[in-house]
Design a protein. Structure first.
Length: 501
């Protein structure tokens, strides 16, 4: 096991240094097909079943740009307040890696499709921090390596590796910030808040499922330190493919502490990639980080430049949905939330989910109750973000509707949610498969009530004698007999009626 690097106390880091961040977020687009070919773009297929000569880089195969991916890139740029290029083109980024079949990546270099924007992010205490965007460019994803035979799933210690090229050629947008300065002690929090805000924005645009656990949203976190009073950036490291909001924050904090320990000890920071270890919250060395010159960029000869017309860009700007921060303002006013309540919902990652559940037909109070209580508990149990639960706002709204229609009790509704989370289908399918619908037939309930009264004659006599609170025992027996599928309120009414009360 690799030893965890020496780190400095965080307060001491801040006393000696100012952090500089740079965040690169890779977003897999949810187009039907890949970036330059007609292969399906779907997660979870059998290895190497979604490939063709183009995405495998076979000789003579020629790429064709996915128009929907270009459209998504422009819409992302507009939402990030970026300028849309009047003319841009693709480039070849040359380097060898086993899961990149062409030995180069089709990307964009000095001519990205959008550039120079910003995103305002809200921190935990309500303060707004502006993160400036340098560029967002189009490219393709690589394949995936599976290292076999080791204990960690990494290449170190593995006996051999397998390659799955299904992901090769999947459309990517890489969003790159300008150097983030001035965050000070809140640098790790700013990093997390930025990725969270970006994820909310991309989900609202409906251009990606932004599943960090499945790799459709990945963050590379660049960190360097400047000694207090210096204006020159330090040497940076790049922690690759961080795949949760919490991990983004932890990785930035750890690298700040590690850099400081190395620098104050007289050492030098190597410009390299780093891997983040979820179990220890630490990073380990990857490979020496190349410069742009090492990639030998040159224009892609097999693709024509892209020149979005101003008319098309204007049309796309009109398709932008209500953006997350606009929705928050409206939700606060319509739902009567205080600043603190709004902030808590945002920090929990629940506000957008609640809003989408309301849009699907649920009442705000019901939607809020489900997301911040039972579903938040389920997310915590599974160790995932709330938005990464395998249930959609539309499905939650349907569960709420079934309760409102009297077809489910709250207890049964939780079982339905459990079924959806387990991949058993839509809420109505889970209800049918598990036989969970409330027993609303009075005759069936009456049979269960008669049996319960006969089994507890002393309780029945008390109820007949006017002690109506004793009816709870009979109601409990009926609920047990019906496996919780009876309406307790209706059962109580029938019990009292049967005892002449």
């Amino acid at each position: 096991m690799t030893a965890v690097a020496e780190i400095m106390d965080y307060d001491e880091v801040l006393a000696r240094f100012d952090p500089v961040l740079g965040l690169e977020v890779h977003v897999e687009l949810s187009t039907n097909t890949k970036m330059f070919c007609g292969c399906a773009n779907a997660f979870g297929a059998e290895p190497n079943t979604q490939v063709c000569p183009v995405c495998l880089g076979l000789p003579g195969a020629l790429p064709v740009v996915n128009g929907k991916a270009v459209e998504a890139a422009i819409r992302i740029g507009l939402a990030l307040n970026c300028e849309v290029a009047e003319w841009c083109r693709f480039a070849r980024k040359n380097y060898f890696y086993p899961d990149m079949p062409k030995n180069f990546q089709t990307s964009q270099y000095d001519e990205p499709i959008v550039h120079d924007g910003y995103l305002d992010v809200v921190l935990d205490d309500g303060e707004t921090f502006r993160v400036e965007i340098e560029r967002a460019h189009m490219e393709e994803d690589t394949g995936k390596s599976l290292h076999v035979g080791g204990a960690t799933g990494r290449i170190h210690g593995a006996s051999h590796s397998l390659l799955d090229y299904n992901r090769a050629g999947v459309p990517l947008i890489e969003i790159v910030t300008k150097p983030i300065t001035g965050a000070g002690e809140r640098a790790p929090e700013v990093a997390r808040a930025y990725v969270a805000a970006l994820r909310d924005l991309l989900r609202a645009l409906d251009v990606s499922d932004v599943r960090m656990d499945q790799g459709s949203l990945r963050c590379d976190a660049n960190v360097s330190l400047m000694p207090k009073g210096s204006a020159e950036f330090g040497t940076r490291t790049e922690t690759k493919n961080v795949n949760s909001l919490r991990s983004v924050e932890r990785a930035v904090r750890f690298e700040m502490q590690r850099h400081a320990a190395v620098l104050t000890g007289g050492g030098e920071i190597l410009q390299e990639t780093r891997h983040f270890d979820e179990s220890t919250g630490s990073t380990s060395a990857g490979r020496k980080k190349e410069t742009s010159e090492d990639y030998r960029y040159f224009p892609e000869p097999d693709l024509v430049p892209i020149a979005p017309s101003r008319e098309w860009v204007e049309e796309l700007s009109k398709t932008l949905p209500e953006l997350p921060w606009e929705r928050r303002k409206r939700a606060k006013e319509e739902w009567g939330l205080s600043d603190e309540e709004l902030r808590d919902l945002v920090n929990a990652g629940a506000l957008e989910l609640i809003a989408e559940t309301v849009e699907a037909g649920a009442q705000p109070g019901d939607a809020r109750s489900w997301w911040v209580a039972y579903l938040a508990q389920q997310a915590n149990t599974r160790g995932v973000e709330l938005a990464d639960l395998e249930i959609s706002p539309k499905q939650v709204a349907r569960v709420i509707a079934l309760v409102a229609e009297g077809k489910l009790t709250n207890k049964l509704a939780r079982q339905v949610v459990d079924g959806v989370l387990a991949g058993e289908g839509e809420p109505d399918e889970v209800v049918a498969a598990r036989g969970l619908e409330v027993v609303s037939d009075d005759s069936a309930l009456q049979t269960a009530i008669d049996e319960a009264l006969a089994a507890q004659p002393d309780i029945a006599d008390k109820i007949r004698g006017g002690k109506v609170q004793a009816a709870g025992a009979i109601v409990g027996a009926v609920m047990k007999a019906t496996k919780g599928q009876a309406d307790a309120k209706r059962v109580r009414e029938l019990v009292l009626a049967a005892c002449g009360q």
